[in-house]
Design a protein around this ligand. Structure first.
Ligand SMILES: NC(=O)c1ccc[n+]([C@@H]2O[C@H](COP(=O)([O-])OP(=O)(O)OC[C@H]3O[C@@H](n4cnc5c(N)ncnc54)[C@H](OP(=O)(O)O)[C@@H]3O)[C@@H](O)[C@H]2O)c1
Length: 309
């Protein structure tokens, strides 16, 4: 049950809330209302509105499959966020808006008809506008990370675990990676793999980020690179009672987990602002966007430091 809830949560996180509402509405129409309307409702009671024109009886029944197909396409299109949904969904919503405006005027008439037409058209007009402005949500392909941010990423704690996974995932996207950790042999092994498997450039930086001078050493080692993404991943966590922890180890933990990421971010950001780097974005720390694109969503615990240059 928890698995299903988390899976659904992820699916519904792929679009804004109002688009989820439209998707659920389309699904309801596709799987519940239209089958009932087509198979069970008597022909004599059937009604279908097209551009505000009301069809009844056999004409309504005959055109119902077209409405059905539209709702089915809407359900699938929103669920998979297919690129053909733009501008199709906005144009279709525009025809419905027009129909809802015209229908009461034609069939009720008078002032009441006009008021009802306007009142019905306003929310649908807003939906049409929102769909028209949603082209980015239906992009066939998200912009390449490299095109968006730049050529190089720096991953701390790349000799193991999540950091190594980040480095591999970034390299898969064609991003060159500077690999930072203390165990140089492991970094060299990973660097060789990234070059061999993905043809990217790498730089190995063996440094202790918990020790004095660690951040300086890293910054100096990459000062000639356009670092566009920083994955502040190196860290440790100690379990147990605080009173029994070694104070020196706690100090090192704070240096590594807190001081180093902030200073590293600050120093690399300063390089960006100094004009060394010509790209339009700067992504810092285990950015959710990078994680969502590159890694299994449940695989990692994220913490995030947002920096706006
Ligand atoms: N795994 C989880 O469930 C989880 C949950 C919450 C948060 N996190 C955080 O996510 C990060 C990665 O976790 P993980 O499970 O992949 O950890 P991991 O397997 O223990 O890897 C930690 C990485 O950090 C590096 N590192 C440790 N101390 C360092 C130092 N003083 N200087 C430079 N590099 C150092 C290690 O390399 P060297 O030993 O070669 O230096 C290693 O590459 C950590 O910050 C962790 O606290 C993890």
């Amino acid at each position: 049950m928890e698995g299903l809830r988390s899976w659904l949560g992820e699916r519904f996180a792929e679009r804004p809330w109002w688009m989820n509402v439209l998707m659920v509405f389309c699904a309801f129409m596709t799987f519940v209302y239209m089958p009932w309307d087509f198979f069970i409702k008597p022909v004599s009671a059937d009604q279908e509105a097209w551009l505000g024109i009301l069809l009844r009886g056999p004409a309504a029944k005959l055109t119902e499959p077209i409405h059905w197909a539209i709702y089915a396409a809407g359900t699938y299109g929103f669920w998979r966020m297919r690129p053909w949904m733009w501008p199709w969904a906005a144009l279709y919503a525009a025809t419905v808006t027009f129909g809802m405006f015209v229908w009461p005027i034609v069939y009720l008439g008078g002032f009441g008809g006009v008021v009802l037409g306007v009142v019905s058209a306003i929310p649908l007009g807003l939906v049409t506008r929102a769909l028209w402005r949603s082209a980015d949500w239906f992009d066939a392909k998200p912009p390449e990370l490299r095109a968006r941010y730049g050529e190089w990423a720096l991953v701390t704690g790349a000799s193991a675990g999540i950091g190594a996974a980040f480095a591999r995932a970034l390299a898969r996207e064609g991003i060159s990676v500077a690999l930072v950790a203390r165990r140089e042999a492991r970094l060299r092994e990973l660097a060789a793999e990234l070059v061999r498997e993905h043809g990217v450039d790498t730089r190995v930086v063996a440094a202790d980020l918990g020790a004095p001078g660690g951040v300086d050493a890293v910054v100096a080692a990459v000062s000639d690179l356009d670092i566009a993404m920083l994955v502040n991943n190196a860290g440790v966590g100690y379990a147990g009672k605080l009173a029994k922890q070694n104070p020196e180890r706690l100090r090192e933990m704070i240096e590594l987990n807190c001081t180093a990421p902030v200073l590293l971010t600050r120093r690399l950001l300063a390089q960006t602002l100094a004009g060394k780097i010509a790209h339009d974005g700067w992504s810092v720390s285990l950015a959710e966007e990078v994680a969502a694109r590159l890694l299994s969503r449940n695989a990692i615990a994220l913490y995030r430091l947002d920096v706006t240059a």
